[in-house]
Every structure is written in structure tokens, then in C-alpha cells.
Write a protein that binds this ligand. Structure first.
Ligand code: SIN
Ligand code: FE2
Length: 212
């Protein structure tokens, strides 16, 4: 009964700050995780390197028409995986549709992702503050889905340092940053050791973008 009551009084979506929208427990975790497993079966997670040659601690791969890529040649989107020469696995239509619907609820109509970067966090791994700025159109938002272990997503604003706005993200949560929040510095705090029924000690994050 209490659960029903909570469902009634908890809004589906909350605007935490201008342009930052949180949908708690929005997606079917198993559906999304199965898509991740199928994609990883085609192209396994890997650690890319920064243009400066530093190993990126968060392992990742892409789905979609293009994939975010980083190596000595710079940050960019690639139509094919430069290592295997293969196309990235497609974003399944039902997944894409869920993302489009959520984006529309946040005021971003016609958001059709052409790229999804899948990040894998192991305990102890953090994502340093950065801006997502390799996409062509900054009017298009970034839509993020979290699976498995919980983490603290940090928003810093227009500068990298200073006091962060902390957003705890749990499995099934969907977060959108767009509009005035599209080019803020953001990162993820060091992942704590946890045991999640879906992923064990891992956190998986999918960021859907319209890159090209
Ligand atoms: C990212 O900023 O690319 C990933 C965010 C997250 O893992 O929540
Ligand atoms: Fe990012």
C-alpha cells in the first residue's frame, strides 16, 4: 500500500537545476542490461587513451551510427570501430524510442540518438570532470541511463573546479542534461564497492547523444 502511495506522490520527472532532469527508476533495468550484454558480445569493453596518451580508467564502447572515440589522434566520433573495423552495434529501436519519449517529457522534442556510449565502472574508478563537446548540435541534450551499482554524479558548472552539485544515481535512473546545462563540467565520484543483483560490483552507464 505504501508503495502505491509513493508512486502516486513521487513525480516521474524532477528538474533539479535549469536543464537537468532526473527520472528516478524510469527504465526496465533488465531490458537495458541485456542490450549492453549483446553489444559487448560484439565489441568488448576497452580502455581508450586520451590524446595525451593517458589510459582512461572507465572502460567503454559504443552503439549506434557512430561511436565516441579517443586515442593519440584526438577525441571524435567514428563511424566504425578503428580497432576491429566493424560498425558499432545498432541502438535497438525500442531502446531508442524510450529515450526519445523521456527527452520529449523534458522539453527536447524529436531527440533521436545516433550514438550511445556505454561506460563500465569498477570499484575505485572515477570519471574526471569534463564537458561533452564533440557533438555537432548543442541544442540536443545528453540522456544518461544508469544500471547496477550506485554512484554520485557531480555537476560543477562552467568551470571544472569548485563545489559540485551531487546527484546520486541508482540503477534504472535516467538523467537528462541539456539547454543551459548542456555544456557544464560533470564527472562521477570514485565507485564504492557494492553488490548489486543485476551487475555485481559494476556500474554501467549509457549516454545517448545526437552526435552528427
Ligand atoms: C559521462 O559523463 O560520460 C558519463 C556519466 C555517468 O557515468 O553517469
Ligand atoms: Fe560526460
Amino acid at each position: 500500500m505504501q508503495g502505491d502511495l509513493l508512486t502516486i506522490i513521487t513525480p516521474e520527472m524532477e528538474e533539479l537545476a535549469p536543464g537537468i532532469f532526473l527520472f528516478r527508476k524510469y527504465v526496465d533495468e533488465a531490458l537495458f542490461y541485456n542490450v549492453v550484454k549483446a553489444a559487448v558480445a560484439q565489441i568488448p569493453f576497452r580502455h581508450m587513451v586520451t590524446p595525451g596518451g593517458k589510459r582512461i580508467n572507465v572502460a567503454g564502447i559504443s552503439m549506434g551510427d557512430c561511436g565516441w572515440y579517443s586515442d593519440r589522434r584526438g577525441y571524435r566520433y567514428e563511424l566504425k570501430d578503428p580497432i576491429t573495423g566493424k560498425s558499432w552495434p545498432p541502438i535497438p529501436g525500442d531502446i531508442s524510442q524510450i529515450i526519445t519519449v523521456a527527452a520529449a517529457k523534458a522539453g527536447f522534442p524529436n531527440f533521436i540518438p545516433d550514438s550511445c556510449f556505454i561506460n563500465k565502472y569498477e570499484p575505485g574508478v572515477r570519471l574526471t570532470a569534463h564537458i561533452d563537446q564533440d557533438e555537432v548540435d548543442f541544442d540536443q541534450p545528453i540522456v544518461s541511463v544508469s544500471l547496477g551499482a550506485s554512484a554520485i554524479f557531480q555537476v560543477f558548472g562552467e568551470k571544472r573546479g569548485g563545489k559540485a552539485f551531487n546527484i546520486p544515481l541508482h540503477s534504472g535512473d535516467l538523467l537528462i542534461f541539456g539547454g543551459p546545462a548542456r555544456r557544464v563540467y560533470h564527472g562521477v565520484k570514485k565507485l564504492e564497492e557494492q553488490n548489486h543483483p543485476l551487475t555485481g560490483n559494476l556500474r554501467i552507464n549509457l549516454t545517448f547523444r545526437k552526435a552528427l
